[in-house]
Design a protein. Structure first.
Length: 225
């Protein structure tokens, strides 16, 4: 059964965007997105998320400082680990396939360190996006709290897609967490979960045509009747 409606289309059309137009996003639009996203489910309606919204000159200043850290390989210890190390074989295979396909699309050879470094640096330039959201949680947060934030973030990304905006979540920014905390005056009792670059995507950029393969649900579902 092929169901088609606006919600399904929005979900299907959401993909990470890694190149943006030099066009600002109206703050009223941003406020509407952030407000509507709070309809995400959270345990006992605790709504544990906090969001730092970085725009204009403050964003330029932050990007400059993040890039300086990157250029000097002066990275921080992330506030938490995103995934197991090492990944299981099946997940590692998927990650490698995604990376290989993205590099191939951008014409980056596996041994080309200069291009690979430039590719990684784009994270700290926020891909040229005019807006950056930084999501934080309290330091004593548990796994369920992260789930709540994930639901909230997904609402934001889907809302962006529905309005013709693009976004890209970035755990990579936790590698400069101390710089972000200092620049945005984030309390030491909070942990940085990730960033989210967003804006109007440059659809002429080949990188924005990249859509990684989604595995068939038969590979991760079990039906019980």
């Amino acid at each position: 059964m092929n169901i088609k409606n606006q919600t399904f289309e929005t979900i299907s059309n959401r993909h990470c965007k890694r190149a943006y137009l030099n066009k600002s996003v109206d703050q009223k639009v941003l406020k509407s997105i952030i407000d509507i996203a709070c309809n995400a489910a959270s345990s006992k309606n605790t709504q544990p998320w906090k969001v730092e919204i970085v725009l204009d000159q403050k964003l330029e200043t932050l990007k400059k400082k993040m890039c300086e850290k990157f250029d000097n390989s002066d990275f921080d210890q992330p506030d938490y680990l995103y995934s197991p190390n090492p990944l299981s074989d099946i997940h590692m295979d998927r990650a490698r396939k995604c990376g290989y396909e993205l590099f191939s699309l951008k014409n980056i050879d596996r041994k080309d360190r200069e291009k690979r470094t430039a590719h990684d640096r784009e994270n700290f330039e926020c891909f040229g996006a005019p807006a950056l959201l930084i999501f934080t949680l309290e330091q004593d947060s548990e796994k369920g709290t992260f789930l709540d934030l994930g639901l909230y973030m997904q609402n934001i990304m889907l809302a962006c897609t529905s309005l013709g905006l693009g976004s890209c979540p970035q755990y990579s920014l936790t590698n400069v967490s101390s710089t972000i905390k200092k620049e945005l005056q984030i309390a030491p009792s909070e942990i940085i979960i990730c960033g989210l670059s967003l804006g109007y995507p440059d659809e002429s950029a080949i990188v924005n045509s990249f859509i990684p393969e989604r595995i068939n649900s038969d590979k991760y579902t079990t039906w019980h009747q």
